[in-house]
Design a protein. Sequence first.
Length: 347
Amino acid sequence: METVLRPVTVVGGTLVITLVAGWMLDLLLRRADARHSETPLWGLLRRCRLPFQVVLCTSLLRAAYRKAGILPDHAFTVGRTLTLVLIASVAWLAVRVATAAVDSTYARYAAVTQDDARVRRVRTQVTLIHRVVTAVVVVVAAAAMLLTFPPMRTVGASMLASAGVLGIVAGIAAQSSLSNLFAGLQIAFGDTVRIGDTVVVDKEWGKVEEITLTFLTVRTWDERRITMPVSYFTSKPYENWSRGGAQMTGTIFWHLDHSAPLDLMREQLRHILEDIPEWDARGSSLVVTDTTPHTVQVRAVVTAKDADDLWTVRCAVRERLITWLVTHHPYALPRIAASEAVPRPEA
C-alpha cells in the first residue's frame, strides 16, 4: 500500500503546491500592476504564470521522484524525462520574461515620445533584440538537452579537437546567413531603416512591415509583400522616404494650351488645397516648366505629412483642376490648331 500511496501523495502534493504558487504569483502581479499603472510590465509578466508552474512542478518532482518511488523500475527514464522537461520549461520561462521586458520597454517609450521616427527606431531595435535573445535561449536549451545524453558528450569532445577546421568550413557554408545576421544588427542599431518606414526598392514603394535577423518584408500600396534579405539594405542603394522625417513634397503635371489662364489656375489651386484635409499647408506653387510647339507643361508643387497623404493630395489636385478647366476654360486644353496661321505683320 505504501508503494502506491507515497507516489500519489508526492504527485498530488506537488500539483497542489504548483497551483497555489501560481495563484499567489498571479495575485501579486495583479496587485503590482494596479499600484504601478505607469508601466505594463507587471501585467505582461502574468503571461509567465504557466511556464513558472511547469518549472516549479518539474523541479519538485525531479528532486523527489526517487524517494517517492515513482516508477522505481524506470527511475532512469523518469529522471531523464524530468530533466528534459525542466530545461525546456526554464527556456520557455526565460523567453516569456524577456518578451514581457521588451514589450514593456517599448510601450513605455512609445507613450512618452512624440517623435514617430524615434518610436519606429526603438520598435525595430527591441524587436531584433527580442529575436536574438529568443534564438540564444533556444540554442542553449537545445544544447543543454543534448548534453544530458552521454553519447552526445563523446561526440562533442571529438568534434572539439577539430573545431578549427569545422569553424572554417561552417564559416564558408554560412557566409550568406552570417552576412544577413550582421546586416540585421547593423540595421537595428545603425538606424538606416525602421519598421514603418516608407521605402522604394526595385522600383516598388511600400512600408517596412517586419525586420528579422535574416530578412525584411515590405508591404506595398496594393497589399503585396516583398521579402528581401537584410543584406540588400546594407549593400545597395534604396530610397527611404521616412529618413529624417516623413514630410514630403510632390509634383503634379499638366500639358495645356499656350492660352491656359495661369493666374486663375494658381487661385483655383489654392482653393482646391484648402478643401483637401491631407494637405499640410506647408507650401504650394504653380509654374510653367516647359513649352513645346503645341503645349506648355504646367507643374504644381504640393506638400503632405507623409507619402500616403501626398499621393492622395496629388490625385485630388490633378482630378479637380482638370475638371475645373474642362468646365470653365475648355480652350486651355491641348489641341492641334487647324486654322490658318496669323500672317506676319509688314514692316
